[in-house]
Design a protein. Structure first.
Lengths: 387, 284
């Protein structure tokens, strides 16, 4: 299932305690917004291609614009921007304020803001380009960053202290993570080099960022340091690392593809603390430094929040404190999920994007070995190069 | 010291100070019918190293391996007689072809470390043997020239440190005429961002081609890139590298024989302080 989880940080002018808490997530072909304890779905009609008549939600992002919460939902090549007002969030399920289509399949999106520039949505596509679309005028766009000959797999931004975007972090299938300045995106500030497999996810806070990769590792980086000195730590994962999140005080949470457990680590702690979510994990995000929100494929309770304040380095699994899907709305949610699954003919048959990345690399190797060449495989060669 | 006799199937003792590491994907191309194609130290003959003119940089190309980051790569084997502090390349020739410009730059810029990059295996092997032969016959010269097989479009940043290059030459690149192949061109807005990243502030980017449409494309893309500014005609007149670029490449000589024109331009990579973002029409 395609997922994404987004927890908008209220802008500094809002009083944190009185602001309702929002979680926007995408699951199968439905997108939901949870406001405090109510749920409603965001309706974005989209056309798929031949195989996928009802495409799943590819990514979701949210942004506070004054008292208005903007949520971008992307399915295949269609992007919809929804607006929810803080004052009356639970009014009739919104349809998008604006919808537009992009030329290539989208893999990730993120809102960016800059003083003296209109609010924009960055859209990363599978051809390697990141384009900024104007939220107020979606017909206008600008090419911002390009990963030549590759595919953008994940996107995040680093903010200045006043909330405007300072840098864009984008990961691609060729093991590189680019750090590009914003809005002067002609300046490549640096690259985070160190992964030996495709980058599947990237998460950042003001200074550090964490990346998950198909080389079964999760790495922590200091984004303000130069290319050679950026990597701080590397954790090994059982298989492809799929999702990652980082809190404001540099605690990293990650999970591998299809796993039930979230691993919590930090730069200084050498022990890994595991949080068991009882279902395959699809997305994770830190609400505050101590609360971790997890999106799973458990239909009864797909959104779980874990309290990490009592965390014990000894490795005790912490209790679930809150399950956000209420019974009343559960039926609707379940119906949409089931519809979504039937439409896609059972998601199990189609590979997740990550498995596709991995398969791409394996197929390439086989193709090149066809001629009966005695070519060593990439990993061996790399090891020899590094000896 | 290398011996002058060559017995079949026996490699001569090689002089470590003149060798360049073997080309990826072509480690076993030294022998044919029991005879060494190019004995050590001999100038290679082009007929054994002919290759198709076009190569698709977007495809996986023999699984070319590259270092994870620039620190992981040791340049000393390519420049055995240079001190290790100056063995990292400072001048690169992207798509060096048969190496005419690479060897000329080595004599023109004796303090620079020149690297030729080529994606085609046989052609790169030719350049490698050519430089090795020059190092043998003119002892002490050409120790600052080398070549390597790589797909620059994909892995330039894996090899080069930021702000490390003084000059980048792109001579007679593949024009990729069809619109659907324009994304294979070696000059594009995104690749220019990478070139600006690898070049030092005020370093130079040299472009030359005989295809007018491609030259117009080069001008359009590089003029639009905020980090590059054209060099004045005077500055280009006075730069000996410009003359070299025009005259000594194999492709350049071919163009002269056929009587076509050559179009070139040199750009300066601006320091960040000199560049201002135009915010009035950010979105179009």
């Amino acid at each position: 299932m395609k997922i994404l989880l987004s927890l908008p940080t209220p802008s500094s002018s809002n009083n944190e305690s009185s602001a309702p808490s929002f979680v926007a997530c995408g699951l199968a072909s439905a997108a939901f917004v949870h406001v405090n304890d109510t749920v409603f779905s965001l309706n974005l009609p989209a056309d798929g291609d031949g195989k996928d008549k009802k495409p799943p939600v590819q990514c979701v992002d949210s942004f506070w614009k004054g008292d208005e919460l903007l949520i971008a939902v992307v399915k295949f090549k269609t992007v919809g921007i929804f607006s929810i007002s803080k004052a009356s969030p639970a009014s009739p399920p919104p349809s998008p304020v604006s919808t537009f289509t992009v030329p290539k399949k989208v893999s990730c999106c993120k809102f960016v803001s800059s003083p003296s520039l209109p609010l924009m949505l960055l859209v990363g596509d599978k051809a390697g380009d990141i384009t900024a679309y104007g939220v107020d005028d979606v017909k206008k766009s600008r090419h911002v960053v390009g990963h030549t000959a590759s595919m953008v797999t994940c996107l995040t931004t680093i903010q200045n202290l006043n909330g405007t975007t300072k840098q864009i972090l984008s990961g691609d299938r060729d093991e590189k993570v680019r750090v590009t300045a914003f809005p002067n995106s002609y300046v490549l500030n640096g690259l985070l080099l160190g992964h030996t497999g495709f980058v599947s996810a990237v998460a950042s806070n003001k200074e550090y960022c964490a990346t998950a990769s198909g080389d079964s590792s999760v790495r922590l980086w200091n984004t303000s340091k130069s290319t050679s000195e950026a990597e701080i730590k590397c954790w090994n994962v059982d298989s492809i690392a799929a999702v990652v999140a980082i809190s404001e005080d540099n605690v990293v949470a990650f999970a591998s593809d299809g796993a039930n457990e979230v691993h919590i680590v930090s730069e200084k702690e050498s022990e890994v603390v595991k949080v068991c979510a009882d279902a395959a994990i699809l997305g994770i995000s830190f609400v505050t430094n101590n609360k971790l929100c997890v999106l799973t494929d458990d239909k009864d309770a797909y959104l779980k929040v874990f309290d990490l304040s009592g965390i014990n380095v000894g490795g005790e699994a912490v209790e679930k404190i809150n399950e956000k899907a209420k019974a009343a709305d559960l039926e609707n949610v379940q119906k949409t999920l089931i519809e979504g699954e039937n439409a896609n003919g059972g998601q199990e048959k189609t590979d997740s994007a990550l498995v596709k990345h991995a398969k791409h690399h394996i197929v390439e190797k086989r193709v090149n070995d066809k001629g009966g060449n005695k070519k060593k495989n990439k990993k061996q060669k790399l090891e020899e190069d590094n000896e | 010291m290398s011996s002058t006799q060559s017995s079949p199937n026996k490699k001569q003792k090689v002089d470590a100070t003149t060798t360049i590491p073997t080309i990826q994907g072509l480690e076993d191309y030294s022998f044919r019918d029991g005879e060494e194609i190019t004995p050590h130290g001999a100038m290679p003959q082009k007929k054994y190293y002919r290759s198709r003119a076009h190569a698709n940089p977007l495809s996986f190309n023999d699984n070319l391996t590259y270092p994870t980051k620039p620190d992981d790569f040791d340049w000393q084997p390519y420049y055995p007689e240079l001190p290790s502090s100056s063995s990292a390349p400072t001048v690169i020739d992207i798509g060096c072809g048969f190496g005419g410009l690479t060897v000329e730059l080595s004599t023109l810029l004796p303090d620079a470390t020149v690297l030729g990059l080529e994606i085609r295996a046989k052609v790169c092997e030719y350049v490698r043997l050519r430089i090795m032969s020059l190092r043998e016959t003119e002892k002490g010269n050409y120790k600052n020239a080398a070549c390597m097989r790589s797909n620059t479009m994909k892995n330039l940043v894996n090899y080069m440190h930021p702000n490390s290059l003084n000059k980048i030459f792109i001579c007679f690149p593949d024009p990729h005429f069809k619109a659907k192949n324009h994304r294979r061109r070696i000059v594009s807005y995104d690749l220019l961002t990478e070139y600006a990243y690898c070049l030092k502030p005020n370093a130079l980017l040299y472009l030359i081609t005989d295809v007018k449409a491609l030259h117009e494309w080069h001008l359009e893309k590089t003029d639009a890139h905020e980090m590059f500014a054209r060099l004045s005609d005077d500055a280009m007149e006075n730069d000996p590298c410009v003359k070299a670029m025009i005259n000594v490449t194999e492709e350049g000589k071919k163009v002269e024989r056929s009587g076509s024109n050559k179009y070139f331009m040199v750009y300066r990579r601006l320091p960040e302080e000199e560049v201002a973002l135009e915010t009035s029409e950010f979105l179009k």
